[in-house]
Each structure stands twice: as structure tokens, then as C-alpha cells.
Design a protein around this ligand. Structure first.
Ligand code: ADP
Ligand code: MG
Length: 211
């Protein structure tokens, strides 16, 4: 499949997977990349967002919440250059299928040791796949950080133990993420601190996957 696939995974709910997926897809669309968003969560939050957008998103959002995702995806990508998979809140065969089909796994984590410990199973799954797939990349992204607070030593310590890179860019806790989502929009319309965060993530991701 000549298309880049980024999965946004974390079995924990509420860490910002859907928020990141939707906004990152919007950011790539804004940059002229033909992007498709795949909603792998049976809850269908990204599909709900797309319905609320009433056709203004500019990119398709497709539900693919089966563990055959890896084999189904090549049949539906068409001429899209980039697929972003919004992950489901469980480490299941679905997550394994998403990892298998990905070039990059992004793991959004809220900066608390509990949230990081909860990511251990996912990290194992990603690393197992990395051991047989030289091209797979993975990184943590700090999500919903409280602005102005530094990562605690404990958080940094747990992250270091996982031996996966942590993006320099991430998101902080901002009302704009929730308020735009409820209207089926992204934070990208107009200049804002939230849009700066999302564009910085896009830049860093581009550097990692080389697009
Ligand atoms: P997940 O997909 O991991 O379950 P969501 O993206 O649905 O997480 O986010 C959970 C809730 O937190 C949503 O109500 C969303 O609007 C809100 N949220 C996510 N990221 C942020 C952020 N950076 N700032 C403020 N609220 C956020
Ligand atoms: Mg979600």
C-alpha cells in the first residue's frame, strides 16, 4: 500500500485520541495532503464528529472497527496519501491489526504515572511488532498537559523506561479542543494557541515519516 498510515492508540479512554486524530487529519488536509480518517472505535466518536461537520471537514471519515482492518484498509484507501486511524479504547486484536498496518504509532498519554503505567500492554504490543518490522516507528505524545507545569520526575522516569521517543510537541488542556469538536470543526480555523500545537505536531510527524 503506497500510503502512510498513522495509528493513534491508547487503550485508555479520554486521553485525547479522537481529538488528536481529527485535528491532525485537519492539519494534513490544510497542508494539501490527501488524508482519510479511519474510526476504529465501535463507539464511533470520529464518525459522530464527521456527522456534526456536515460535510465541511474536507476529508472522509470511514468506520473500520474490525480486526480485519489491516486487510480491509488497502481496499478502501484509494488515492489517499495518508490514513490516520483513531484507536479504540482497548488493547484488542483491533489494536494489533492497527499496529500491523501502521508506519507510525502515536501514543497520546496524559502526563500522570497512572496513565503511563496503563500503557504498558500497548507498548509491549508495539515493541513486539517493531522487532519484526524495521519500518515501524512509534512515539509518545503528551496530551492534555496543564500549561506551565513541568513533567514530574516520575512521569519522565516511566517514559524513559519504555524506551520509545516522546514528541517535543503535544497538546495542552484547552477549551478550544472540546468546543470546536462539538461543532464538527477542528481548532485550525484561525490562529490560536491550540492550532499552533496541532501544526507543530504535524511538522514533527512529517519529519518522522518523511512526507
Ligand atoms: P479518547 O478518544 O482518547 O477517548 P477524546 O479525544 O474523546 O479522547 O477526549 C476526551 C475528552 O477530552 C473530550 O471531551 C475532548 O473534547 C476532551 N479533550 C481532549 N483533548 C483535550 C485538550 N487538549 N484540551 C481540552 N479538552 C480535551
Ligand atoms: Mg476516541
Amino acid at each position: 500500500m503506497s500510503c502512510y498510515v498513522i495509528s493513534v492508540l491508547n487503550q485508555k479512554g479520554g486521553v485525547g485520541k479522537t481529538t488528536l486524530s481529527v485535528n491532525l487529519a485537519g492539519a494534513f488536509h490544510e497542508a494539501g495532503v490527501k488524508v482519510m480518517l479511519v474510526d476504529s472505535d465501535p463507539q464511533g466518536s470520529a464518525r459522530d464528529w464527521h456527522a456534526a461537520s456536515e460535510g465541511t471537514s474536507g476529508f472522509p471519515v470511514i468506520g473500520l472497527d474490525r480486526d480485519t482492518l489491516a486487510t480491509d484498509l488497502p481496499h478502501i484507501v484509494g488515492d489517499h496519501q495518508l490514513v490516520i486511524i483513531d484507536g479504540a479504547p482497548q488493547v484488542t486484536r483491533l489494536a494489533a491489526a492497527a499496529i500491523k498496518t501502521s508506519d507510525l504509532v502515536l501514543i497520546p498519554v496524559q502526563p500522570s504515572p497512572y496513565d503511563l503505567w496503563a500503557a504498558a500492554d500497548l507498548v509491549d504490543l508495539v515493541k513486539t511488532r517493531m522487532s519484526i518490522d524495521d519500518n515501524l516507528r512509534a512515539a509518545f505524545l503528551v496530551s492534555r498537559a496543564i500549561k506551565g507545569t513541568k513533567l514530574s520526575g516520575e512521569v519522565a522516569e516511566v517514559l524513559k523506561g519504555y524506551e520509545l521517543p516522546v514528541l517535543n510537541s503535544g497538546t495542552t488542556q484547552r477549551v478550544a479542543y472540546a468546543s470546536t469538536a462539538s461543532e464538527g470543526k477542528t481548532v485550525l480555523s484561525g490562529a490560536s494557541a491550540a492550532s499552533d500545537e496541532i501544526r507543530a505536531i504535524r511538522t514533527e510527524v512529517c519529519n518522522i515519516i518523511g512526507i
